[in-house]
Design a protein around this ligand. Structure first.
Ligand code: FAD
Length: 459
């Protein structure tokens, strides 16, 4: 088969690839120079939509509606856009071998692709219960969600099992978003997870109590402290029930598993240095191999703000790391340089009529603020993370755009907290200006009054 050759190749066609392609055109890439090779059959899209509006019974999101870069308010890059720009979008093509020394990629159908500069953007894959030999884990109607094909299968099952029963295994953001989506589709849903509260990687017990209460009020059952150890099946090989470690058996027409992901680095094992489970990069997403960059979920990069190497599996970072890498590639070709990547971690989720944002680092002591009663009609609450006397992270549920902007600023500036005890114990704190401002953040004037506080770097 003929060999194809490109100046730049992006392997992977997800969020990072799409934002990288846009940046390549901004930087003046010439027609014919860039190729994106993707296992998926569609042009890059905003992956978070798959667990949200893609599953809604009404107002459903469908492609081409959510191709990148609409998720960050940018231009929607339709498949034609790539053609117009002379970018080769090579879809339904899985790369099965990467030889970084000869700069050659080989596909599952033995096509070969040569590159001068490679951008690795292969993202993550889901962890499967069959990997752990869980009995019956290959049954029909047990779903995972990573790519659009997975979402399509799930949509079909939701339609065919109308008013059925579902069990969601895992209490992370996938579990929380999907159990809500099932409920909205009128499917009886039960969540099962081993931890004492949902989303323990980010949520504090106080934050989780709100969501667990809210979900219970919506009719979602939650079983904590146990795991799925097996699945029963019928004569068609379809799942019928979930066996729990504590002996309980839950009826199920649909099972969704959301127990985590792992970065797709296998193609490059032994050829490039890894750290913390990802491909090690510098602040320009350059790996330890010349002319090879890694962005998005697969990259372990220096997180300047916290002075340590981190891997971040969030869409905002996928977008920004891709742009940074492409800027750095063009700058180095011109003998110039760009500023180091200086990222403020940002993560969000939406389910039912809830919407939260988190900025910064969830390290240190925490202080819950606001109205976090799950039955309250005016719920609005959040949490600060305070480390070494500084606010390093802020979570906010139901914030307005201005308030979310304000919490991002707080997490970036890291103001000092002079009296943590008072901050933590006062019912309506008056000691900390930031805190007072959050009580009244709805008023724009209050947000503006946050600025001097931030400038002082102290509350
Ligand atoms: C359902 C879901 C909901 C999410 N919701 C949120 C959210 O609300 N907020 C948030 O911050 N983050 C969310 N995320 C995480 C976010 O989507 C990811 O961090 C982001 O997509 C990472 O971008 P990426 O380009 O690194 O990887 P991806 O977007 O996963 O893209 C990787 C691409 O590489 C392709 N690929 C992999 N291996 C090969 C190969 N060998 N050959 C060819 N192609 C290959 C894949 O098919 C895929 O197209 C969500 C993720 C999922 C799955």
């Amino acid at each position: 088969m003929a060999e194809k050759s490109f100046k730049y190749v992006i392997v992977g066609g997800g969020v990072a690839a799409g934002y990288a392609a846009r940046e390549f055109t901004k930087q003046g890439v010439k027609p014919g120079e860039l190729a994106i090779i993707s296992k998926e059959a569609v042009a890059p899209y905003e992956r978070p939509a798959l667990s949200k509006a893609y599953l809604f019974p009404e107002g459903t999101a469908r492609l081409p509606g959510f191709h990148v870069c609409v998720g960050s308010g940018g231009e929607r890059l339709l498949p034609e856009w790539y053609t117009e720009k002379g970018i080769s979008l090579i879809l339904s093509t899985e790369i099965v071998k990467a030889d970084l020394s000869s700069k050659t990629l080989t596909s599952a159908t033995a096509e070969t692709f040569k590159y001068q500069i490679l951008l690795i953007a292969t993202g993550s894959t889901v962890i499967r219960l069959s990997d752990f030999g869980v009995q019956g884990a290959d049954a029909k109607n047990i779903f995972y969600l990573r790519e659009i094909d997975d979402a399509d299968k799930l949509v079909e099952a939701i339609k065919s099992k109308k008013n059925g029963k579902a069990v969601v295994v895992g209490g992370g953001y996938i579990g929380l978003e999907l159990s809500a989506a099932l409920r909205v589709n009128n499917i009886d849903s039960t969540m099962v997870y081993p931890e004492p509260w949902c989303m323990p990687r980010l949520f504090t017990a106080g934050i989780a109590a709100f969501y667990e209460g809210y979900y219970a009020n919506k009719g979602i059952k939650i079983i904590k402290g146990t795991v799925a150890v097996g699945f029963g099946t019928n004569e068609n090989g379809e799942v019928t029930d979930v066996k729990l470690k504590d002996g309980r058996v839950l009826e199920a027409d649909i099972v969704i598993v959301g127990v985590g992901g792992k970065p797709l680095t296998t193609l490059f094992k032994g050829q490039v240095e890894e750290e913390k489970g990802g491909i090690k990069t510098d602040a320009f997403f350059k790996t330890t191999v010349p002319d090879v960059y890694a962005v998005g979920d697969v990259a372990t990069f220096p997180l300047k703000l916290y002075g340590e190497m981190r891997r971040v599996e969030h869409v905002d970072h996928a977008r920004k790391s891709a742009e940074q890498a492409v800027k750095a590639i063009f700058a180095s070709e011109q003998g110039k340089s760009v500023d180091e990547y200086d990222y403020l971690p940002f993560f969000y989720s939406r389910a039912f009529d809830l919407s939260w944002q988190f900025y910064g680092d969830n390290a240190g002591d925490t202080v819950l603020f606001g109205d976090s009663s799950p039955t309250s009609t005016t719920h609005k609450f959040g949490s600060y993370w305070i480390k070494d006397g500084k606010v390093v992270g802020v979570f906010l549920e139901s914030g307005t755009p201005e308030e979310n902007k304000a919490i991002a600023e707080v997490a970036r500036v890291q103001p000092l907290v002079q009296n943590l005890d008072k901050l933590a114990t006062e019912e309506a704190p008056k000691t900390c200006t930031i805190y007072i401002n959050f009580k009244t953040l709805a008023a724009e004037a209050a947000i503006l009054s946050l600025s001097p506080v931030i400038k002082n770097g102290s509350c």
